[in-house]
Every structure is written in structure tokens, then in C-alpha cells.
Design a protein around this ligand. Sequence first.
Ligand code: ATP
Ligand code: MG
Length: 140
Amino acid sequence: MATNRTFTMIKPDAFAEGNSGAILKMIEEAGFKIVAMKATQLTKEIAGKFYEVHSARPFYADLCAYMSSGPIIAAILEKENAVEDFRKLIGATNPADAADGTIRKIFAKSIEANAVHGSDSDENAAIEGAFYFSMTERVG
Ligand code: ATP
Ligand code: MG
């Protein structure tokens, strides 16, 4: 079922560098409404569960270590065509390939430490949002 929501994380590199505010400003100025948001730090195990789809990839262990290396901000965002529009706003996985003006082009340090996560489908947006937020934490 199509939804108008996506899920994002401001990853440890962006949080540690003090870029969370600037990134959230770009997200809001692009027309996304923040429906739920929290700062937290993942354990390696939880990061591993979140990125389980990549468990066979050579970068998986490093990715789990990186994603649990410091605080992150998790948020559910609402906008028409949210998933696709948010992927456009964040840009390509590798900042070297990301279009000018995208969040990753501006803030990402590397293909791994790439500043933000964005859901890749409506189905995963719902799964990922539920993974981080219980019903009582959700607004709207
Ligand atoms: P995300 O799911 O975090 O929004 P994405 O959908 O653009 O990113 P994926 O292919 O799902 O990219 O990869 C998940 C994450 O794994 C990337 O965002 C990045 O942090 C890391 N990653 C992906 N490819 C590599 C790689 N070749 N080397 C190191 N890390 C990688
Ligand atoms: Mg992905």
C-alpha cells in the first residue's frame, strides 16, 4: 500500500560533526513534516538487524561498527511521494556520485559515512519506522 511516509536516520558522522540541525532544516525546507523523532545510539546488534539485508556484503561488519559508533537521530517523515522525493533529496549512496545540492553531497564523508539513511520503498519505510518507534511514541 502506498504511504506518504518515509524513515530517516542522521548517521553518526553527521551527528558528531554537528550537522543534525542543518540537515533537519534542509529536510523541512524540502517540504517534509517530522512526524516522530528521537536521538539514540544503536548497539552493534541492533545496527546489524536494521541492515540485515546487507549481511552477506563485505562491508557489513564495518557498517554495523560505524552505525553503532555514536548517537544518531531517527525520524519518520511525511510528504507526498515521500520515499522517492527523500531519496532525491539525499542523493546517491556514494557522495562522489551524489548530485550537487543533495544532503550527501554536502555532508557525507565517504560511501560508508554518508550522513543520512533513507528508506528505499513504502514497505521498508513502514517496517523501519516501526522498528524505531512504538505506537505510543508516534504522532499522527
Ligand atoms: P541507506 O540504506 O543507509 O539509506 P543506501 O540505500 O543509499 O543507504 P545501501 O546499498 O542500502 O545504500 O547501503 C546501506 C549503507 O551501507 C550505505 O548507506 C553505506 O553507509 C553502507 N555502504 C553501502 N555500500 C558500501 C560500500 N561499498 N562500502 C562501504 N559501505 C557501504
Ligand atoms: Mg538502503
